[in-house]
Ligand binder design. Structure first.
Ligand SMILES: [Zn+2]
Ligand SMILES: [Zn+2]
Ligand SMILES: [Zn+2]
Length: 272
């Protein structure tokens, strides 16, 4: 029996919060006086890219640990993290890993973390102090329970489907949860990816800016992906200061919007 994603017998409501939707340097950028960096619209203030998927009574899942993680967790009052999914090993997606020490303390143990092998290699190198087994007197280290992502898996019963993406020459992962898919930091979908995101109701896709870039979709390229996948609701993320919220949103087609920090989406996840 095949069940429509997110609407099967095991489907549960989930809430996705954008903890950040900015590019690696954030918006505003340090030392920039442009209209977007100086905008008073809160939707023009973008922390580094991350989402939080809350499935009440089931699982709370953080995607990536940005350099802004502490601020994001305080702003959105995130009190529990049952698992962390990493998309790839770039600094804007991993450098907040040390902040999980608070969750280790509150939850009394390591946090299950999921990443592909390349990302684990980067994490083990960048955060060597968390993996070397040395007992550091008085100094806590983030406690991590490492899981290799090689295919679909579950977090406390919530089904997670990794989606192969290309970020320039770097392979990396998007993630699908039921009727929702999060595809950040990419400029091409892997050959297998299209089938894996088929039928999603809500799509989040990288759209860095209008000018071409070697590792990120432009707005126009993202819109081509949006049209091909055909989700009902589509949100662009990982934007630079080139894309002011109000002006950019006004020129997007129906069903497509810029994400903004604090945006909450109601989704439907698959559970086992
Ligand atoms: Zn990034
Ligand atoms: Zn600027
Ligand atoms: Zn990246």
């Amino acid at each position: 029996m095949s069940l429509e994603p997110g609407r099967g017998a095991g489907g549960l409501p989930g809430r996705v919060t954008f903890l950040g939707c900015g590019t690696s340097v954030g918006v505003p950028m340090i030392g920039c006086d442009c209209a977007v960096c100086r905008s008073t619209d809160p939707r023009d203030r973008r922390l580094r890219p991350s989402i939080f998927v809350d499935v009440p009574g089931q699982a709370r899942i953080l995607v990536d640990t940005t350099p802004d993680l502490r601020q994001q967790a305080l702003t959105y009052d995130i009190r529990q993290v049952d698992a962390i999914l990493f998309t790839h090993g770039h600094a804007d997606h991993i450098l907040g890993l040390d902040e999980i020490r608070r969750y280790n303390h509150m939850q009394g143990g390591p946090i299950p973390c999921y990443a592909d092998l390349d990302t684990w290699n980067t994490l083990r190198h960048v955060f060597s102090y968390a993996f070397d087994g040395v007992d550091r007197l008085g100094g806590g280290v983030p406690k991590i329970e490492a899981h290799d992502v090689t295919g679909p898996f579950t977090v406390r019963g919530v089904k997670v489907v990794p989606v192969p993406l290309w970020h320039g020459k770097m392979p990396m992962l998007g993630y699908r949860f039921g009727d929702f898919a999060y595809l950040t930091d990419c400029n091409r979908l892997g050959d297998d990816a299209w089938a894996l995101v088929e039928g999603v109701d809500t799509l989040v896709i990288d759209a860095l800016r209008d000018r071409p870039h070697t590792t990120h979709f432009t707005v126009d390229q993202a819109l081509e992906v949006v049209a091909r996948i055909g989700a009902r609701r589509n949100y662009l993320t990982h934007m630079t200061h080139d894309l002011g919220y109000a002006a950019t949103n006004a020129r997007l087609p129906a069903g497509v919007e810029l994400a903004y920090d604090g945006l909450v989406l109601d989704v439907r996840v698959d559970v086992e």
